[in-house]
Design a protein around this ligand. Structure first.
Ligand code: BGC
Length: 250
């Protein structure tokens, strides 16, 4: 068994993705498998979907590798403490223990944006970045990761800053652009408001923008006027898998 390999599973509002990661290079070394998130996003249903995915990965791998799971909620000591775009049954649940018991192996359970931020700082857009890096993922919600000199400060939840009387992610996430049929320019105005505010609060040294939409970064990042450099994530939709796998193995 290759000890420098681990599995990452990224549970999202629409899909559950997983793959084997080479922890030396940060590359996916298996097919990326994906299944739809069961409607309602309830713990038991998600657990079953994750099990299905894992069985496929284990079978292809022929060995039991370390497993990291990332999830769109505050995760403290293995317990999921919030539920912004997922079933409320997750609030207060000892998710890590439940998954370990049901899947019969040790698991490291963490927030999805923290996983992505960790991945970008180890293998991506923020390698060797000094000072404060803030990664935000623009998707169904806005996830955030704070990394200071390579050290992750978990569970920051900057997507839920209250801005102009709104929960910020309900205006500036990619889902808000889709919901309100915004042009890139109109969406960029909302992003400008959001990132200026985060910049004012934290004075970061670097912003990294992740989430699937970051592959279209040329459409919106050049429209932003910030003092802080802002760059797209390198691993986009794979960053969660990568970070979860990597944190599980360390
Ligand atoms: C959740 C975060 C999560 C982010 C991205 C937010 O709504 O509160 O925990 O990281 O969405 O999925």
């Amino acid at each position: 068994m290759a000890t420098d390999h681990a599995i990452g599973i990224d549970i999202g509002g629409t899909g559950i993705k997983g793959a084997v990661v080479d922890l030396g290079t940060g590359e996916l070394v298996s097919d990326r498998r994906k299944i739809a998130t069961p409607a309602g996003g309830r713990p038991d249903d998600i657990l079953e979907a994750a099990r299905e995915l894992l069985v496929e990965i284990d079978a292809a791998e022929g060995a039991i590798l370390p497993l990291g799971v990332c999830f769109p909620a505050v995760v403290k000591h293995g317990r999921t403490l919030s539920a912004a775009n997922i079933s409320e049954e997750w609030i207060g649940l000892n998710a890590e223990e439940l998954f370990e018991r049901e899947l019969g192996r040790e698991i490291h359970f963490i927030n999805d944006a923290d996983a992505a931020g960790y991945a970008e700082s180890r293998y991506g857009a923020a390698v060797d970045a000094e000072g404060l890096v803030i990664l935000t993922t623009l998707g169904t919600g806005i996830g955030s990761a704070l990394i200071y000199d390579g050290v992750l400060v978990p569970n920051t939840e900057l997507g839920h800053l209250e801005l102009d009387g709104h929960d910020a992610e309900t205006r500036a996430a990619f889902s808000a652009m889709e919901r309100d049929s915004l042009s890139w320019e109109k969406w960029a105005k909302r992003l400008q408001r959001y990132y200026s505010h985060v910049e004012f609060l934290f004075s970061p040294d670097l912003f990294v923008v992740g989430g699937g939409v970051s592959k279209h970064h040329q459409q919106f990042l050049p429209l932003l006027d910030l003092k802080t450099p802002i760059v797209p994530a390198v691993h986009r939709n794979n960053a969660g898998i990568l970070g979860a796998a990597s944190l599980a193995a360390h």
